[in-house]
Design a protein around this ligand. Structure first.
Ligand code: CP
Length: 319
C-alpha cells in the first residue's frame, strides 16, 4: 500500500485511460503524484526536456474553450518529445456539420497514440474509448469530471502538506456546475483528506453528500478551520448578472467571496483556484495576488502532472 510521500517501487499501474478519478484507486492516484514529482524537477532544469514520448503522436481534441488545460497538455507533450496535433472545434469541419464520431475516426486514421479530449457533454471521453484504440485522457467533460485538474490540485496541496491524511479542504462556490469539484471530492477522499463544500444552497447539488463531502453554508465559519480554501469560478456565462441562484454578483461576493479581511482574520489557510478567476466575485483581486494564494503554482504543477499522466498511459512503468 502506498503511503504519502513514500516512493512506490514497481507499482503495477494498470490503467489504459484517464476518464475520471472514479476509476483510479488510492494507490493509482498516489503513484501518478509520485511520478509527477520527478517531472516537476525536470521543469526546473536548464533544458526542461526528456525524450520519453518521441515515438508518440498525440491529438488535443478541444470542443470547448481552454487556456490552462490545453496549453499545459501541449507543453507537457512537447517537453517529452511527442508529435502533437491540435484540433479546435471552432476552426474545424465541425462547423460544416461533421460529427464527433466521424471526426475522431478520421483523426485516428492518421495513426495517433493518445487523445486528450475536452467536450461540453459528459461521457464523451468514455464514448471515444469505443471508437478508437488510442489512450483517452479526459480534459474536462461537461460538469462531470476534470481528473488532471484534481491531480494537479492534489499535487499542489502535497507541496504544502506532504501527507494529506486528515487535512481539511474546503471547496467554495459554484459546486453545481463544476467538474473540478467532483474530481477533487473523489480523489481527495480516496487519499484520506476531509472535504467540505461551501456555497449558496442553490449551488450545492445532491451528489456532494453522496460522494462523501461535508456541506457548509457559512464561509466565515469554514475559513476559520480549513487548511486549504479552493474557490471555484462562478460560471457567469450560465447565469448572467442577476440569477435565480443568487440575488446579485455583489451579494455573492459579500457572502461567499474570499476577501483580504478573511486572510487577516484567519492566518492559516492557503488559497487555491483552478482558474479562470472572476476577480471581485469568488476572490477579491488582492487575495488572488497575495502570497497566501498558490494559483500560479497550480498552473506550473499542471505541466508536471500531465507529463506524468502521459508517461504512464503511454506504457511507462516508473521513472
Ligand atoms: N482550470 C481549467 O480547466 O482552465 P481552462 O478552462 O483554461 O483549461
Amino acid at each position: 500500500m502506498a503511503e504519502h510521500g513514500e516512493v512506490v517501487r514497481d507499482y503495477p499501474f494498470g490503467q489504459k485511460h484517464l476518464l475520471g478519478l472514479t476509476d483510479y484507486s488510492k494507490d493509482d492516484i498516489l503513484f501518478v503524484l509520485e511520478q509527477a514529482r520527478y517531472f516537476r524537477e525536470i521543469l526546473d532544469r536548464p533544458v526542461p526536456k526528456v525524450p520519453t514520448l518521441r515515438d508518440k503522436t498525440i491529438v488535443n481534441l478541444f470542443y470547448e474553450n481552454s487556456t490552462r488545460t490545453r496549453l499545459s497538455f501541449e507543453l507537457a507533450q512537447k517537453r517529452m518529445g511527442a508529435d502533437v496535433i491540435n484540433f479546435s472545434a471552432k476552426t474545424s469541419s465541425t462547423q460544416k456539420g461533421e460529427s464527433l464520431k466521424d471526426t475522431i475516426r478520421n483523426i485516428s486514421s492518421m495513426k495517433i497514440d493518445m487523445v486528450v479530449a475536452r467536450h461540453e457533454s459528459p461521457g464523451v471521453p468514455h464514448f471515444l474509448t469505443r471508437l478508437v484504440d488510442a489512450a483517452i485522457i479526459n480534459a474536462g467533460d461537461g460538469a462531470h469530471e476534470h481528473p488532471t485538474q484534481a491531480l494537479l490540485d492534489m499535487f499542489t496541496m502535497q507541496q504544502i502538506y506532504p501527507d494529506l491524511t486528515g487535512k481539511k479542504i474546503a471547496i467554495i462556490g459554484d459546486i453545481s456546475h463544476s467538474r473540478v469539484v467532483r474530481s477533487n471530492i473523489i480523489g481527495l477522499l480516496k487519499i484520506g483528506a476531509k472535504v467540505t463544500i461551501c456555497g449558496p444552497k442553490t449551488m450545492i447539488p445532491a451528489f456532494s453528500e453522496t460522494l462523501g463531502a461535508n456541506i457548509s453554508w457559512n464561509l466565515e465559519e469554514t475559513l476559520s478551520w480549513c487548511d486549504i480554501a479552493m474557490a471555484l469560478r462562478i460560471q457567469l456565462e450560465r447565469q448572467g448578472d442577476s440569477t435565480e441562484l443568487f440575488p446579485s454578483i455583489r451579494e455573492y461576493h459579500q457572502k461567499f467571496g474570499i476577501r483580504m479581511e478573511h486572510l487577516e482574520k484567519y492566518p492559516d489557510f492557503t488559497v487555491m483556484h483552478p482558474g479562470p478567476i472572476n476577480r471581485g466575485v469568488e476572490l477579491e483581486s488582492d487575495v488572488a495576488d497575495s502570497e497566501r494564494a498558490v494559483i500560479l503554482n497550480q498552473v506550473t504543477n499542471g505541466v508536471a502532472v500531465r507529463m506524468a499522466v502521459l508517461y504512464l498511459l503511454s506504457g511507462g512503468t516508473r521513472v
